[in-house]
Design a protein around this ligand. Structure first.
Ligand code: PMP
Length: 407
């Protein structure tokens, strides 16, 4: 018998932690499950829960883990770093190395600052854009999720889409009022918004491949049009590559699609599974940051030594182009396997199976040892730890789950 059950743990969690979780989608509410699993450990493509069940994991910490769980090289890098101290709040050599590695990979990044979460990175990039342009307004897209800072929560995807929260309570009308929202992939609406607000527009912020409404690739010409609208209006183009960075190509979506933003937001893979994110771009904009400039941004744990060690360990291995060929091939194989069950949208190693009854499919998969996102509005993240066995097991589990459901 298991020493601890998920339901007992979740009951305890709910007494102390709102909703029992530290990030909303983790509660599995949208997929009609009573209790989420509690993870005990992970290895490669697999998770093991506290009740001893094993799952093929397609969530991979929401895309952060490109070499799978407990990747030995990453663990060694973190362990080595920890022996020398876990936080200094003073400059370290690895911060410089990581900044150089990011700039080498992402063509538009001339300077970069390290932070601890994608939320912080997006919030800070907006502040830079507003200071640089001396303008207040921003244009974002429906379903775009850029973390949970006030200005960016309007019509956001991810957990807000999952839970049907169009705009968060607790956000002032001032913060929300400067955010203009247009439908994703709608160049006419984007052009109309720029026409109307252009002179007051500091930035257009976009996920270059939408990932927080499920995967939606950019329509032909969408990103190019945003670039042209920014050039014409003087707004900065910000690509939120928290998901796509180092995933759809080493150079991110901007490398894959050949459109150059002014500022880029990175997270997830860049920190190798530790809390690290980054924002960077044009030097003339980034140099506005304190201490050289008057845009304030700071962090006790920014550029943390364990996180930079993990990030460097991962990013250095991603220099090898065969990694991306490999990811593409594995993701294409998963896509082909899942296609009979619904509409699959994929860009590189991120994909979503869209279908009615996603919640039943989720429960059927979990019961068969396959963990996918507990929401239709998220993605499956393929890693280098996912091989043919895991893909076949997943396709088989989906077939059985849906057959059972009909029967
Ligand atoms: N931007 C995008 C595109 C994201 O997907 C996320 C999180 N999934 C964020 C920003 C926020 O990152 P974090 O959760 O690290 O704050």
């Amino acid at each position: 018998m298991a020493l601890v059950t998920r339901s007992a743990l979740f009951a305890r969690a709910r007494r102390m932690i709102p909703g029992g979780v530290n990030s909303p989608v983790r509660a599995w509410r949208a997929v009609g499950a009573d209790d989420p699993f509690f993870v005990a450990r992970g290895e490669g493509a697999y998770l093991e829960d506290v009740e001893g069940r094993r799952y093929v994991d397609w969530v991979m910490s929401w895309g952060a883990l490109v070499f799978g769980h407990a990747d030995p090289e990453t663990v060694e890098a973190i362990t080595d770093a920890a022996r020398d101290g876990t936080s200094f709040g003073a400059p370290t050599e690895r911060e410089v190395e990581l900044a150089e590695e990011i700039a080498d990979a992402v063509s538009s990044v001339e300077m970069v600052r390290l932070v601890s979460s994608g939320t912080e990175a997006a919030m800070s990039a907006l502040r830079v854009a507003r200071a640089f342009t001396s303008r207040d307004r921003i244009l974002k897209f429906e379903g775009g999720y850029h973390g949970h800072s006030d200005a960016l929560l309007a019509s956001a995807g991810s957990g807000l889409a999952t839970l049907g929260i169009p705009a968060s309570a607790g956000v002032t009308s001032g913060a929300a009022g400067d955010t203009i929202v247009a439908p994703y992939n709608d160049v006419v609406a984007a052009a109309a918004a720029v026409e109307r607000y252009g002179e007051g527009l500091a930035a257009i912020i976009v996920e270059p491949v939408a990932g927080n409404i499920g995967v939606v690739p950019p329509a032909d010409g969408f990103l190019e049009t945003l670039r042209a609208l920014c050039d014409a209006s003087g707004a900065l183009l910000i690509f939120d590559e928290v998901i796509t960075g180092f995933r759809v190509a080493r150079g991110g979506a901007q490398g894959r699609f050949g459109v150059k933003p002014d500022l880029t937001i990175l997270g997830k893979i860049v920190g190798g599974g530790l809390p690290l994110a980054a924002f960077g771009g044009r030097a003339d904009a980034m140099e506005r940051l304190a201490p050289g400039g008057n845009v304030y941004q700071a962090g006790t744990l920014s550029g943390n030594p364990l996180a930079t060690a993990a990030g460097l360990s991962v990013l250095r291995r991603l220099r090898d182009p065969s990694v991306y060929e490999d990811l593409e091939a594995r993701a294409a194989k998963l896509e082909a396997g899942l296609r009979p069950f619904g509409d699959v949208q994929r860009v590189g190693a991120m994909l979503t199976l869209f279908r009615p009854g996603y919640d039943e499919l989720f429960r059927g998969l979990v019961a068969r040892g396959v963990y996918v996102a507990p929401s239709q509005y998220e993605a499956m993240f393929v890693s280098l730890a996912h091989g043919d066995d895991e893909i076949e097991k997943t396709v088989e589990a989906a077939r059985d789950a849906l057959a059972d459901d009909r029967g």
